[in-house]
Write a protein that binds this ligand. Structure first.
Ligand SMILES: Cc1ncc(C[n+]2csc(CCOP(=O)(O)OP(=O)(O)O)c2C)c(N)n1
Length: 647
């Protein structure tokens, strides 16, 4: 038995070595070290279907140590996924090749998520495992009951996000989550004891995980550990003691095998040592057909499940079912317009739509401040997944990585909240959601100096600019309840783009006083006020500053200076409009000014050099919020004065 497994594992080893060598870059060490574990997993445990990679009840295999991507590509090719051909493996790391340097998510390929930034895959895996439990609760365990495996190295486990994610997984008792720890004690700079001396077992156990220690090159031990993990009542970490670059006489066990080609001479020595007398990329037909049999056997097993799923999953309601309720709430609000914080408006919207069975809410210990939790929400608890709201704890980074996993798992739409300032703690995962085109929604409240007394540590300044600079991310900053509803709707309907919804803590004056059948925010920017026929100023504003812009505009009109106010809840959507639309908004007057209580650089593209940018290019202040607005001269009087001076 051992001989066959060893030879199957060597197929992974040599495909990885050869691909890295041909590309003249890449990471051979990890695939060489973890080939044995991966072989046992795919041959004897993993439920998957190379013929239908999207099979909903497949076990998920997440490569958190994304630099070892050749391990994944080798497995996909060998087991018969159409997504990866031998030619693709030969084109490892080349332009537009599916075998990218680090795994890049593509639907229906077997590449479940984009990894590379270490630790992210662990948080995704927690999201996958959580989504599995929630869906199982809805559809029954005959339809959904699968494992999530995540392969993580020393590096992943050093990252802060791993601590947050593992802790959450242990707390929630995600028993279908299995972490394969490539415990080779080597990272880039050398032995890991240069930088870390954690007791891994104590660490995992303290989180509420099971922990199994094995020799990662011993098939019996691998198999026994995986067997034990199947029945666990807790998430399980299998610590696999491995040798990085296993099989390389001079580089095995050393950092030199981590991230560069082994070199032709060393590869010859590996071939000799592992008795692999085949040329580069050549898999002997006997072993190739063994691997294909593994894939074939898995697809046969998967087939039976697929029909059941089709019958059961299509009954989730869509947003349209809530249209009448949404309209009613809007009309009630329009009857007696009162100042209201947009975070509260968001809660009112969520009161209606959070009943949608595929929406999963949450917050990083700020449920009451972010207004993300409604009266009807049911909390997801350890071992009980009948709810639809996750208390992520103070773990913003994990929260966003977990949401990526939830979104990738099936058709769940995760949203969650924290303060806008802490979007900085979320950014690496937001970036990946945008790259993977996932529908993930971030409710970021306390979106400016308007939060007041908590002061500059809590007042976002550069955060909107930073978020706007992420490609494929819509950053919404609505101006009142009507816009908040519109922006939420756009976020929920935006299938390939994640959304930030930035909301105020403080009550703000309504700016839209009539209902309209059109979603005005859908254009990203639209005219909300014009004070005369002959205008000389265009004022662009977002969120809480839109009502200030309206005040400014009226005040200017009293001095016979006429203007229009453009509410711009989403720059990204505006940028997508046609030239005429954009020109109508931006080129009607010589003077264009922007008004937003935030860093101003991103506005210059609309206002040009001659324009004015009212905002804040310094840290905020600790004081009641109206005082801070005055301090930064963000009030009607100062702005009118500056505009008049400019004209
Ligand atoms: C967040 C992040 N920081 C740094 C890196 C660069 N990097 C890639 S692999 C690696 C070391 C990983 O060590 P380990 O997990 O032990 O992998 P192994 O050496 O066993 O392949 C580093 C620092 C990265 N990919 N992501």
């Amino acid at each position: 038995m051992n001989k066959l497994y060893r030879e199957l594992a060597n197929c992974i080893r040599f495909l990885s070595i050869d691909a890295v060598q041909k590309a003249n870059s890449g990471h051979p060490g990890m695939p060489m070290g973890m080939a044995d574990v991966a072989t046992v997993l795919f041959k004897d445990f993993l439920n998957f279907n190379p013929k239908n990679p999207s099979w909903i009840n497949r076990d998920r295999f997440i490569l958190s140590a994304g630099h070892g991507s050749m391990l994944l590509y080798s497995l996909l090719y060998l087991t018969g996924y159409k997504s990866v051909s031998l030619n693709d493996i030969k084109n490892f790391r080349q332009l537009d090749c599916v075998c990218a340097g680090h795994p890049e998510y593509h639907p229906n390929t077997g590449i479940e998520t984009t990894t590379g930034p270490l630790g992210q895959g662990i948080s995704n895996a927690v999201g996958f495992a959580l989504a599995e439990e929630i869906l199982k609760n809805k559809l029954g365990k005959k339809i959904i009951n699968h494992k999530t495996y995540v392969l993580a190295g020393d590096g992943c486990l050093m990252e802060g996000i791993s601590h947050e994610s593992l802790s959450l997984a242990g707390h929630l008792k995600l028993k279908n989550l299995i972490l394969l720890f490539d415990n080779n004690s080597i990272s880039i700079d050398g032995p890991t004891n240069l930088a870390v001396s954690d007791d891994h077992e104590k660490r995992f156990r303290s989180y509420g995980w099971d922990f199994i220690k094995i020799n990662g090159h011993n098939y019996k031990e691998i198999s026994k550990a995986l067997m034990r993990a199947q029945k666990s009542k807790k998430p399980v970490a299998i610590s696999c003691k491995t040798t990085i670059g296993y099989g390389s006489p001079n580089k095995g066990g050393k950092a030199s095998s981590h991230g560069s080609p082994l070199g032709e001479d060393e590869i010859k020595l590996v071939r000799k040592k592992l008795k692999w007398n085949y040329e580069a990329f050549k898999i002997p037909s006997k072993l190739f057909s063994e691997w294909r049999k593994i894939g074939e056997h898995a697809s046969q097993k998967a087939k039976k499940h697929e029909q059941k799923y089709k019958k059961n999953f299509s009954n989730f309601k869509n947003l349209n079912s809530y249209k009448n309720q949404i309209e009613k709430v809007k009309n009630d609000y329009l009857k007696d317009l009162k100042p209201i914080a947009t975070r509260k408006s968001s809660e009112i919207f969520l009161n209606i739509v959070s009943k949608m069975p595929n929406i999963i809410g949450g917050s990083a210990d700020l449920a009451g401040s972010n207004n993300t939790k409604t009266k009807d929400h049911k909390i997801i608890k350890p071992g009980n997944f009948s709810g639809n709201y996750i208390h992520y704890g103070v773990r913003e980074h994990a929260m966003c990585g977990v949401m990526n996993g939830i979104a990738l798992h099936s058709n769940f739409i995760p949203y969650s909240g924290t303060f806008l300032i802490f979007s900085d703690y979320c950014k690496p995962s937001i970036r990946l959601a945008a790259m993977m085109k996932q529908k993930v929604i971030y409710v970021f409240t306390h979106d400016s100096i308007g939060l007041g007394e908590d002061g500059p540590t809590h007042q976002p300044i550069e955060q909107l600019t930073s978020l706007r600079s992420i490609p494929n991310l819509n950053v919404f900053r609505p101006a009142d309840l009507i816009e908040t509803f519109e922006c939420w709707k756009l976020a929920l309907e935006s299938n390939n783009t994640p959304s930030v919804i930035a909301l105020t803590r403080q009550g703000i004056e309504p700016v839209r006083k009539k209902n309209s059948s059109k979603n005005e925010s859908s254009m990203g920017a639209y005219e909300i006020l014009r004070t005369g026929d002959n205008i000389s100023v265009t004022i662009l504003a977002t969120g809480s500053e839109t009502s200030l812009a309206i005040d400014v505009s009226h005040k200017l009109a009293t001095e016979n200076i006429y203007s229009k106010v453009i509410s711009m809840p989403c720059q990204e959507l505006f940028d997508k409009q046609n030239k005429d639309y954009k020109n109508n908004i931006l080129t009607e007057t010589d003077l264009v000014v922007s008004l937003e209580a935030s860093e101003t650089s991103y506005w210059k593209k609309y206002t040009s050099k001659n324009g004015l940018n009212f905002g804040i290019n310094d840290f905020g202040k600790s004081a009641p919020y109206k005082k801070i607005y005055d301090y930064f001269e963000l009030n009607t009087e100062s702005i009118v004065k500056s505009i008049k001076k400019k004209l």
